[in-house]
Unconditional design. Structure first.
Length: 137
């Protein structure tokens, strides 16, 4: 499926993350919505039109842990398979293992836009965009 039909929710309280990711991902054809708190993310997930195809989720948010939101998503039947990449600068191994056990991919900050784009494409089954080099094998 084309990235132009994909709607991503980026949940991160660091303003520069959204300011960098949104234009990069939109240039590649993704629709991008931003949330800076758990409350904003929950509100966005309840009222999204069109619905989100995936989420990039920071673990450390001002009003709680992104892991709580991931647990909520996995507890809801409709979102058990919802693709999530956890963005983290650091973290306790126990928390990162739980995120993986809940089916989230992990990406450690800092990361390159190319690496993020490749992870999103792989997670959603999209072909890599032209700006991401493909392995000739």
């Amino acid at each position: 499926m084309s990235p132009a039909r994909r709607h991503l929710l980026v949940v991160d309280d660091e303003p520069h993350i959204g300011l960098l990711l949104r234009p990069h991902l939109e240039r590649l054809g993704y629709m991008v919505s931003l949330a800076r708190t758990l409350g904003e993310a929950r509100h966005a997930l309840q009222g999204s039109a069109p619905p989100f195809d995936a989420m990039l989720l920071d673990l450390h948010l001002p009003d709680g842990s992104g892991l709580d939101l991931l647990r909520e998503l996995r507890a809801a039947a409709a979102t058990r398979a919802f693709p999530v990449i956890v963005l983290t600068a650091e973290g306790e191994d126990r928390i990162l293992r739980e995120a993986e056990d809940l089916g989230a991919g992990l990406l450690t900050k800092p990361f390159s836009p190319t690496k993020l784009t490749a992870r999103i494409g792989a997670m959603l089954g999209d072909a890599p965009p032209p700006s991401v080099p493909q392995d000739p094998r």
